[in-house]
Write a protein that binds this ligand. Structure first.
Ligand code: GDP
Ligand code: GDP
Length: 438
């Protein structure tokens, strides 16, 4: 189950970044293979007592024109209200209540999410005692006094925040249900594809009994196979002010990726591949998810007999580390090849969770070693004793050797390719670990 999400909301300069950094443990960022790419901070994972949680970085608000500030505050507050489980409303205890604080309060009145009011910059005991009273007028009950700079008061604040963590807010689905998400930047056609998929004749969408909870995912079946579309709500247009920001779409994609088995990376045929697509798919790979490329809006291209080949070559060039991912050229509008999507999802999901018997794995590895001698290092040759599959989703193999130090990246690749040649593994990454035989 993913950890609950906490967001910090407040006007500029109250100390949101300072508090964020205080609470931030390990940072989750988008990993890029290439050097020189900035790693976006999306959220941090943190722990308080037995609770693990994530703090989302809703983005700093720079001091500027009043209109601009209010727009940014709204953007940030709406993002927090939609995505967080608990909101920390941060104010500045040295400044007292300001009209901008009142504007934030107005926005937060609309949410049903728990809001914890927190008064920052109370750097000494006297301030702690005296400077919180004013803030009752904001209407969020008892304020928690802290000093982000000194780290005081954080324990009580986190106790209060943790009280509001939901017991079990994330649905768990049966083992054999395939969890699939559509990822990609805004406007590539994710929501249109969702509608097209769910509108397919053979697809039966499960009735969601009239719950008041937001239905985030959509469960359905197709020819006896159960699926769940992760984060359907997030893919449907909601017209929120923050939706066009890149950081938001990446963040949304990341939480969908975490909950999926198969990720459909949607690319728009008329716009091609951009950096953001690579980052998103990089995260899916890092998380070990199966991937299918969907080149959508195929109807928009003037095509000749080489168009799809050229497009495929471009994808292979831009994503050289995943030649195994299937590519489908589709159109949500004309429904061209939409019926192929779930077939492909089912196939790659099977490959993603396949278990190969150890004896079969060893036959392949032994043959590979005979055909191409393992590397040597300082006169010592790598000896490969045996290999076995140690995990599924994705298929992961341990190769036991005399000395893992002598293993070469290229030889590991070679063994991986031999396994792929034997078993296909279309659509799924595979992992190889080299271990010293005990
Ligand atoms: P943000 O705009 O809300 O993200 O605010 P920042 O985290 O950038 O902080 C704004 C300013 O307030 C910086 O100069 C911080 O050093 C200062 N600040 C943050 N927390 C505290 C605190 O607990 N005490 C004091 N005295 N200053 C603080
Ligand atoms: P999302 O932001 O990724 O969910 O994208 P939408 O599904 O909202 O689609 C963005 C725009 O692209 C809308 O105007 C759609 O009508 C249009 N669109 C989506 N799929 C297709 C397609 O296959 N062909 C064409 N021509 N337009 C499409």
């Amino acid at each position: 189950m993913p950890a609950p999400i906490v967001a910090i909301v407040g006007r500029p300069n109250v100390g949101k970044s300072t508090l964020f950094n205080r609470l931030a443990g390990e940072r989750i960022s988008i990993v890029e293979d290439k050097p020189g790419i900035t790693r976006d901070r999306i959220y941090s994972s943190s722990e308080w007592l037995e609770h693990k949680f994530r703090i989302i970085d809703t983005g700093g608000i720079e001091v500027g024109e009043e209109d601009e500030i209010l727009y940014r505050i709204r953007e940030q507050a709406e993002l927090a209200m939609d995505e967080a489980n608990v909101i920390i409303f941060l104010v500045d205890g040295q400044d007292g209540v300001t009209p901008q604080d009142q504007a934030v309060a107005q926005l937060l009145y609309r949410t049903r999410k728990p809001v914890v009011l927190c008064v920052n910059k109370l750097d000494n005991p006297k301030m702690m005692l005296q400077n919180t009273y004013d803030f009752y007028e904001l209407g969020f009950g008892e304020p928690f006094g802290i000093s982000s700079v000194h780290g005081t008061g954080l324990g009580d604040l986190l106790d209060e925040v943790a009280k509001h963590f939901p017991e079990d807010y994330d649905a768990t689905y049966p083992e054999d249900t395939i969890k699939v998400s559509l990822i990609g930047r805004p406007n590539v056609g994710k929501s249109s594809l969702v509608n097209a998929l769910l509108g397919e004749e053979r697809v039966m969408v499960s009735e969601v009994a009239g719950t008041t909870r937001d239905a985030v995912d959509t469960q359905f079946s197709r020819e006896g196979q159960d699926f769940v579309l992760i984060d359907t709500a997030g893919m449907r247009k909601r017209g929120k002010v923050y939706e066009t920001t890149e950081k938001y779409s990446v963040m949304r994609a990341m939480s969908a990726i975490e909950r999926s088995d198969v990720c459909l990376l949607v690319i728009s045929a008329d716009e091609g591949i951009i950096e953001q697509d690579k980052r998103i798919v990089g995260y899916a790979l890092e998380a070990g998810r199966a991937v299918v490329f969907l080149v959508n809006k195929w109807d928009l291209l003037e095509k000749d007999d080489k168009t799809s080949i050229r497009f495929e070559q471009q994808i292979r060039k831009e994503f050289p580390f995943m030649p195994w991912a299937p590519i489908l050229f589709v159109s949500a509008v004309t429904k061209q090849r939409v019926h192929k999507i779930l077939e492909s999802v089912q196939l790659v999901a099977e490959n993603h969770s396949i278990r190969i018997p150890t004896s079969t794995v060893n036959t392949i590895i032994e043959d590979a070693v005979t055909m191409n001698q393992p590397p040597t290092d300082k006169g010592r040759r790598l000896r490969v004793y045996y290999a076995t599959q140690v995990a599924v989703r994705p298929p992961s193999f341990a190769v036991f050797v005399n000395d893992p130090e002598i293993m070469h990246f290229s030889y590991e690749r070679y063994l991986e390719n031999k396994l792929r040649a034997a078993f296909g593994f279309e659509g799924t990454p595979i992992r190889m670990f080299t271990r010293k035989r005990a």
